[in-house]
Design a protein around this ligand. Structure first.
Ligand code: F6R
Length: 329
């Protein structure tokens, strides 16, 4: 599975080669990204990148089986499902096609691809045959490419080219960092909290998902400043002290670093061990993908250290066998 992560440079290349192949000529009220799991989280990246860019479009992420009633008409919707067969995403897609034609599909296969093609909707076809969660860069850059080419730039083609070079230069550093984090988490053998400061919540969520799916462990996510208004109190008298904290920090973010420093001091004073991931990169997309790469590789390594198959997600498969029945009208 490691090779899927090492293939991220090639995924960026693929997305770059298709940059501009799809554009839209509408003036959307907002951008919606809908999908589940490793596909749905792509929306969180688009959302945070857009929120950091002055004057860009608002982005709404829908990870659900139902479509919020206010979405339709003038909104630009990206429907993302790596497999193209996720029941919740298909249900939202069928609802959407009744309300708008401003739909772009991101998928590698499946019913979604067929249904989109049948309706002449644009399809961005991503690399086949890997785990959905490892197709993050291509799915993300495909969406950013459409927005850039349509005049709603969040990340420019130039920045995407820079990202490719950055990933090439940082791959071995990311691997080293990932392996040392995995060794530390394994030797501590405690429940994991992934903590960070805003606007990096997407990385904590992505990290949680990666350690859930690859390492087969539950993970708690905590983000300061909101953390300091509720979670912080929970650490006064926890039911168990069996926790360690992985703190993700952007060293270039002065406020974020100070807030994370406060968090670190607090956890330490309560006796919890802190592991740290300092982000590298110049642009936010570089930082987010560097962090995602380290977290992905660390979660795979942790699975290996535990003698588990990082690729297998049996419980998701079990849920997928029954979900159609569970969400029927
Ligand atoms: C598997 C994974 C899952 C899937 C999710 C939705 O690698 O990451 O979280 O992404 O079950 O499936 P897709 O992505 O095929 O729509």
């Amino acid at each position: 599975m490691e090779e899927y992560y090492l293939g991220w440079i090639e995924q960026v290349e693929r997305a770059l080669s298709r940059w501009g192949s799809v554009s839209v000529s509408i003036e959307p009220r907002l951008v919606v990204v809908t999908g589940m799991g490793g596909s749905g989280v792509v929306g969180d990246y688009v959302e945070v990148l857009s929120s950091l860019k002055e004057g860009s479009l608002p982005v709404l992420v829908v990870k659900d089986h139902s479509l919020p009633g206010y979405i339709g008409g003038n909104d630009l919707v990206f429907v993302v499902s790596y497999s193209g067969n996720t029941v919740e995403t298909l249900r939202v897609f069928y609802r959407l096609v009744e309300k708008t034609r401003n739909i772009v599909v991101v998928t590698s296969n499946g019913v979604l691809m067929e249904e989109a093609r049948k309706r002449n909707l644009p399809v961005l076809e991503v690399i086949k045959g890997i785990a959905p969660r490892t197709a993050l860069p291509e799915m993300l850059l495909n969406i950013l490419g459409v927005l850039d080419t349509s005049g709603y730039t969040i990340v420019s083609k130039e920045e995407a080219v820079g990202l490719k070079k950055f990933l090439e230069d940082s791959m071995s550093d990311a691997m080293d960092k990932a392996y040392s984090l995995a060794l530390d988490i394994h030797s501590l053998s405690k429940n994991l909290v992934i903590a960070t400061h805003s606007p990096l919540q997407v990385l904590a969520v992505r990290g949680k998902n990666e350690f859930n799916e690859n390492s087969k462990i539950p993970v708690k996510v905590e983000v300061i400043p909101e953390w300091a208004h509720n979670d912080i109190v929970g650490w006064e008298k926890p039911l168990t002290r069996d926790w360690c904290v992985l703190l993700i920090v952007d060293p270039d973010d002065r406020i974020g670093s100070r807030l994370a420093g406060f968090m670190e001091e607090y956890y330490r004073s309560r006796g919890f061990t802190i592991l740290k991931l300092l982000l590298k990169g110049t642009t936010m997309i570089e930082k987010l993908l560097y962090g995602s790469l380290v977290l992905g590789l660390a979660s795979v390594k942790l699975a290996r250290l535990r003698g588990l198959d990082p690729l297998a997600t049996e419980s998701i498969a079990m849920y997928k066998r029954v979900v159609k029945e569970l969400i029927r009208d």
